[in-house]
Design a protein around this ligand. Structure first.
Ligand code: WQD
Length: 342
């Protein structure tokens, strides 16, 4: 019998790639999504790639009644992978309540509904942003978490605290929290990737949209950081590697070694500067990128890259895709979008 897994936010960027990995490993997937930052067409793409169209429920997880009702319908599920959240850092600074309301209410309602329906396993989408400006590289999971510069980041830190309190209580729900570094790239089919709804915040979609002529110029936010070339260093990870890590986390939760709460970094362990990313993109695309050095962006830290040892040891997972693969797939996806794949 197939095990049924609920994927909240399964129509989104990381969620949709994870749904494909789960279906390819013979799980039955049901997606809960409010479509606030995604598109139903993704279901047809998933079907094109896997041969299976996942079951879909449009639901606003901010509503406890709606959450309760939809979980009741799917109470035979084994686990929840909870991607559903807002993720735009700048937007969160302008509208913090929207972020606290959406990201925290949806988590609380989901956990409550899991408790009521005895769905005992939960994987949470956390972020390396919970480390703030860490003092040691590579970052290990026991590094202290810090209050974030943005409400978005604080929702991730608070969510982890909620999960800690919850798993310390009488709850028999086991949780794995996955701290993503910088996800980029797209599915190798060219059918699935990030659908940007507004001007992007993140570096990679900004680069590809500039190269595609959608945006005029990439602004490089500061070149006076204490790094090798003065621009900040990040740990970019292929979204399909990230999807595979969710599969490994799920297998651990459903297996005999499941713990009440575990936290893992998901990165490659390699750091690349902004200028290195631009050069690597130029090499992949074969054209020069229009960019200009400008002022620092408030809140940016000089350097972030993951220690990958714990995920390797406990989950038996490590990223396998190269920077070239990440950039090539991002660029192919951008070109497909511009050719009308909307
Ligand atoms: C990377 C580097 C920028 C855009 C954020 C969130 C994090 C996670 C991922 C997501 C930085 C520089 C960027 C541009 C630039 N959350 N940059 N020009 O800031 O590491 O992490 O996104 O859902 O929680 O904080 O990623 O891609 O925004 O920036 O020079 O136009 O690229 O200054 O050094 P970041 P990023």
């Amino acid at each position: 019998m197939q095990e049924k897994i609920i994927v909240t936010g399964g129509c989104g960027y990381i969620g949709s790639h994870t749904v494909i990995t789960l279906i390819n490993h013979n799980y039955e997937v049901v997606i809960f999504d409010d479509l606030s930052n995604s598109n139903l067409k993704i279901l047809d793409r998933i079907q094109k790639i896997t041969g299976i169209k996942p079951h879909f429920e449009q639901v606003d997880l901010k509503s406890s009644e709606a959450t309760h009702a939809v979980f009741k319908t799917h109470k035979d599920s084994k686990a929840v992978i909870h991607f559903a959240a807002h993720k735009a850092v700048a937007e969160s600074i302008h509208n913090p309540l929207m972020y606290y309301q959406n990201n925290l209410f949806s988590l609380i309602n989901t956990l409550k509904a899991q408790q009521d329906n005895s769905i005992k396993h939960h994987i949470f989408s956390s972020s390396a942003t919970v480390y703030g400006n860490p003092s040691q590289m590579p970052i290990t999971e026991d590094a202290p978490t810090q209050r974030s510069f943005s409400p978005y980041g604080n929702t991730k830190k608070m969510a982890e605290e909620i999960l800690e309190d919850f798993t310390n209580s009488q709850s028999d729900i086991s949780v794995i929290s996955l701290r993503y570094f910088n996800p980029i790239g797209a599915h190798e089919s060219g059918q699935i990737g990030e659908f940007p709804t507004a001007i992007p915040n993140n570096l990679m979609p900004y680069i590809t949209q500039t190269a595609a002529g959608v945006l005029e110029k990439l602004m490089v936010f500061g070149n006076d950081y204490p790094t090798k070339d003065g621009t900040p260093i990040r740990d970019y990870i292929h979204v399909v590697d990230l999807a595979e890590a969710h599969l490994k986390a799920l297998q651990r939760l459903l297996g005999p070694k499941s713990q009440p709460l575990e936290v893992f970094n998901l990165g490659t362990g390699n750091g690349y500067s902004v200028l290195e990313m631009i050069k690597a993109f130029e090499a992949v695309s074969g054209s020069l990128l229009n960019y200009e050095i400008t002022d620092r962006r408030p809140g940016d830290v000089p350097e972030m890259f993951a220690s990958t040892a714990l995920a390797k040891q406990v989950l038996n997972w490590e990223a396998s895709r190269s920077l070239h693969d990440m950039i090539q797939s991002s660029w192919t996806w951008e070109q497909n979008l511009r050719k009308g794949l909307k």
